[in-house]
Design a protein around this ligand. Sequence first.
Ligand SMILES: Cc1ncc(COP(=O)(O)O)c(C=O)c1O
Length: 474
Amino acid sequence: MDQRRTPVLDAIEQFRQEDRYTFALPGHRLGLGIDDRTAAVLSRGAFEADVITAKGAVSEAEALMADAVGARQAVFATCGSTVSMHTAMLTVTGPGKKILVDRNVHKSVVASLILAGAHPVWLRPRWDPENQIAHPASADDVAEALRREPDISAVLMITPTEYGTGADVRGIARLAHRHGVPLLVDEAWGAHFPFHNDLPTAAIQAGADLVVQSLHKADGGLCQASMILVGGDLVDPVDLRLRLDLLTTTSPSALLYGSIDGFRRRMVAEGHQLLDEALRRANHLRVRLGKVPGLGVLDESIIGHDSVAEWDALKLSVDVSQLGLTGYQVKDWMQERHRLLVQLGDARRVICSLTYSDNEVAMERLAGAFEQLAAEPPRPDRPAPAVPELHDLDLDQAMNPREAYFAATEQVADPAGRISAEMISPYPPGVPAILPGERFNEAVVDYLRAGLAAGMTIPDSADPDLKTFRVVRE
Ligand SMILES: Cc1ncc(COP(=O)(O)O)c(C=O)c1O
């Protein structure tokens, strides 16, 4: 296929050149109706491109994307990977069916379970005591679970994690296929993986049947641009289309589609070189920061450690605990002192997502900020929350998530022993510490309350102060 083509961008351009006027939506009439203030902040160009694009242009752009990344089909979506995940899950599973899921899920997966009415069989992530992070479950864990639960409808892996450690997708795909079920992969951070061999193996090329990606996370898409890739023949593309139709907007944004179209064209033309440079810059930065006393930098030696099969070298993970600081505080410090926003700050580390867009100046600014942090660390301003052992957070799934979510509920101050009716996801990374149907224990309650005090963001709890928790009424 001619990968220089950009059907969606062409359609937007053509709409403007043909001097058409619309008495349909959108009512701003290509920006005529916006005021100067709006134009100054958002730019008139954004409104001029906000046209309703012909479906044909989107289908052609999807075919080009599928060709570029080695998928059987690509489906663009405009409501983030959240709705793509709902769509994918509703395609491979449904009411009463079991799905094998890595417990290290983003909250969108839990919402999908609630929508589908499916029953999760959890794969427990591997806790790495040395680095104090959880890695995706291993192929052996999947094999064992499939032996134990033969009536699984699909397998879902989340890889790589926000920390950049990845699962053995190829091995897990083989196991799922031997079992006759599809493998779904949440690869929200990896839409550029097909374009460079030194990045984690792209799930679609490793045999996954459905892959969900956010184009806006590490790539060139506008926020909310997402796609679902289809591989193999275990998933019915018509089912997928119908499920997406059920969930998505009826007025998708041409801006988002256009940004995906342009990103694909750029990656095919120059992606390898751009990513090569990004990897080189990332490796230099890692070596430089690795020499700074007080900072601990994760590197490729993590591969082979426990279940880690892949590692994303564009995730910069810096442990600041030797400075007596939490990642929460350093995240705030970076913003206040250097106007630098990092992806994630947790109890002990800060994660930066590095991309092909970051130039030398940006990297120098980041390196300088970390060096200053280590040379003149701020006074610790909050206690580091004790991260419980992973097995203490290994909660009993006492009830189906959907049943618990829709059950009669009450708010209680001491929920230990009770079944949760809510999802509570410290953010980022947005992995629920507890989800509907799981039984609270003391450890998870203490962890959440201490985390909130230390600066964890918890966007989805019924009581934002965590004085009470929403449980199933008994
Ligand atoms: C692993 C993972 N999956 C899915 C999502 C949801 O993506 P979106 O924000 O595009 O809806 C996220 C977002 O943080 C994520 O990190």
